[in-house]
Design a protein around this ligand. Structure first.
Ligand SMILES: C[S@@+](CC[C@H](N)C(=O)[O-])C[C@H]1O[C@@H](n2cnc3c(N)ncnc32)[C@H](O)[C@@H]1O
Length: 328
């Protein structure tokens, strides 16, 4: 629902009322207000260090945070936080701790003021920072609205995050790293990825009386591979890697298809194997040699991404800019 506000009300008088009225009204109402406050009013489309400032629409912010399944124990980091709306919504609507990294110091100060007015200054912090040289390794959720080439440039930092960290991007994808979930609303795409554990390499598998070797190949979160049981070589069936969670099936030497559910922690996978007619049994797999880092295993698609994605990004930003300037 969109709630129109009288245009002659100053932002100073409106914000405390909105804060008291709750987030649904706040976010809908904010969409009707010119951005900024009495101290600083940024212009939609103004230059930023690597990308201009365009705020994510409120409905898209909510969808991003819902797709990331943000919870109170999360640390949400918005890369290029603009006026702070994503970080503030993460704290207000989902109870998370949030951090915004923004290169423009005026936007940093503005977002700090808005966070104070929204009553979440104890849960949200904003820093004057360049996202490419700032440590955000403690994030459990990363949000961004940047550009395709910037997403690609960020991939090494994102792949260094703990397995299972959720990454959500407004509008722009991540090259060959395909999303785990995608949505389209309000003329915008939203992409979600879960940072995968590194499950590639050769593993010694022990699952009750069954002993074998698992050889796994990984491209981003997509796995394939085979298992060796003596002279029997059989494919790993439907492997699914989600963060550190790893599920797959194996047709074992006895001929039955067993279902494995495990978690990758460093060079160990532990979990349960489910065999028809039997209670689940613990299994373990151990990798004897450290794996090649995932990013070194990927085809570098940075250059290939450039022309088409940049053109798409420019069209998108022009539409957003035009939308922000047209009368509502
Ligand atoms: C498209 S806006 C998105 C703002 C906010 N995340 C949102 O979705 O509403 C991108 C923001 O990134 C900031 N920015 C650009 N390059 C940056 C950099 N290298 N480090 C930090 N912030 C940057 C810009 O100033 C701008 O505020």
């Amino acid at each position: 629902m969109t709630t129109a506000l009288p245009v002659d009300l100053s932002r100073r008088s409106v914000l405390p009322l909105l804060a008291a009225a709750g987030l649904a009204l706040t976010s809908a109402a904010m969409a009707q207000q010119p951005p900024g406050d009495e101290v600083y009013r940024p212009l939609v489309g103004q230059e930023g260090k690597d990308v201009i400032w365009v705020p994510t629409p409120d409905v898209v912010v909510m969808r991003m945070l819902q797709m990331a399944e943000v919870k109170p124990d999360d640390l949400v980091v918005d890369l290029g936080s603009g006026d702070g709306k994503i970080a503030i919504a993460a704290a207000r609507s989902f109870g998370a701790t949030a951090r915004g990294l923004e290169y423009n110091p005026d936007l940093v100060s503005l977002s700090q003021r808005i966070a104070r007015q929204a009553g979440v200054a104890d849960k949200v912090s904003f820093e004057h920072a360049d996202i490419f040289v700032t440590d955000f390794s403690k994030a459990t959720v990363v949000t961004m609205y940047l550009l395709p080439q910037l997403n690609l440039k960020l991939r090494p930092q994102l792949f260094a995050l703990a397995p299972g960290t959720r990454v959500v991007s407004h509008s722009f994808s991540m090259g060959e790293w395909l999303p785990d979930e995608k949505a389209r609303l309000n003329n915008a795409d939203v992409f979600l990825w879960r940072v995968p554990a590194n499950a590639s390499g050769s593993w010694q598998l022990v699952a009750g009386a069954v002993n074998g070797r698992l050889n796994l190949t990984q491209k981003f979160q997509v796995l394939s591979g085979e298992a060796l049981f003596g002279d029997l070589r059989t494919s790993v069936v439907q492997p699914v890697l989600s963060g550190a969670g790893l599920n797959f099936q194996l047709r074992e030497p006895g001929g039955q298809l067993a279902r494995y559910e495990g978690r990758v922690t460093g060079n160990r996978i532990v979990g349960l194997v489910h065999r028809a007619g039997q209670a689940p049994l613990p299994f373990e797999a151990v990798r004897d040699v450290d794996p090649v880092p995932l990013l070194l295993q990927q085809h570098d698609d940075t250059a290939a991404a450039a022309p088409q994605r940049v053109a798409h990004a420019q069209r998108h930003i022009e539409r957003r800019r035009a939308g922000a300037m047209s009368p509502r």
